[in-house]
Ligand binder design. Sequence first.
Ligand SMILES: *Cc1c(COP(=O)(O)O)cnc(C)c1O
Length: 423
Amino acid sequence: MKDIIVEKLIRDETKRQETTLDLIPSENIVSRDVLRALGSVFTNKYAEGYPGARYYGGNKCVDELENLCRARALELFRLSPAHWSVNVQPYSGSPANLAVCLALACPPKPAECGKIPMPKIMGMRLDMGGHLTHGQPVSATGKFWSSVLYSVDEKTGLLDYEAIRRMAKKEKPRIVVAGFTAYPRIIDFKKFRAIADEVGAYLLVDMSHFAGLVAGGAYPSPFPYADVVTTTTHKSLRGPRGAMIFARRDSKIAARNAIDIARSIDRAVFPGLQGGPHMNQVAATAVALKEALNPSFKKYARQIVRNARALAAALKKSGWRVISGGTDTHLLLVDVAARGIGGKEASDRLEAQGIIVNKNTIPYDRRPPMDPSGIRLGTPALTSRGMKEKEMAIIARLIDDVLVRNKNVKGEVTTLCKKYKVR
Ligand SMILES: *Cc1c(COP(=O)(O)O)cnc(C)c1O
């Protein structure tokens, strides 16, 4: 590369990734093929519109590419094109969720404000494990829409479906959102469907975090129940940064509201929110979807969960409080404040030893979000490097060594990193 400054930064970041243990649950390591597609000449192409209906010329290859990507997305989640459509153009997870709000809960035009009630979004509170784009006050989804936010149960850390149902009946949301960023357990999508049906709301499942687990059969599929499913492509699914929106063609709620969800979502993505799709990103998503269709991905997905369980079990054994008592997924939340260490301090001290985690609030946290009570740990990236339960037990011990005994574990981190290469 001629730009030696950026070249050096790329080299430094490569080295950082190779020499540290990445336990951030939303991160992963993509294949060389995904990188190749992402760095391809598709980045040169403008393709506003959809296959067969573009606003620019020269679409032979992009049309074929986008159709291929859509077909693979449906195949991966075992969906028939007669019942589901998919949009692969969202730039990332946040604009994907915004597009769904725009499509299914379009706010009244200025002239109608005050005459027509503002449609309401109902999601989980950020500090309980929900995402910004599920109606948090600081997000566009909480500024332009009215929103109500539910919590998890204080004692168990689990979803309280009865409380969610009561809130839905009182608030009558247009969209109920399930699928979170820091919830370590299985979500009962059937119960969410029943709640949405009871109040005539759309059920949006945001499977960003656990999409790879659903693809690999290691987590229940939301597709039998949801009206719309959004997902990022770069977390457990191991693709490039990006997102997809799946829309049910035979949604009963949509039929009652006389809208075609698939068409509304396509129009909300483009021209509603976005201009030209990033076709290099679509190419890389297509590659990642093919990789996830390989039978070996099932093993990978199952190993992610096994690893997270092993990590949780080992940490519990050495006295750490794990929220909800463990995990069914790729992630776990550890209450470090219970042992007198702040989340920020824990994350900083681990990082100094080459163990990368993120500080995170725990449900009903009494500490501020910038220095919360917990750390969030996840296993997708380590599993991509080939690590198994045995290594998780070692890593749990290293975490304990750093946080409790203040030991220097850099040597052991290096040994693990050398044995389990990034690629
Ligand atoms: C990561 C995530 C998103 C947003 O994805 P970005 O690509 O960071 O915009 C949305 N929803 C959930 C549940 C997520 O975990």
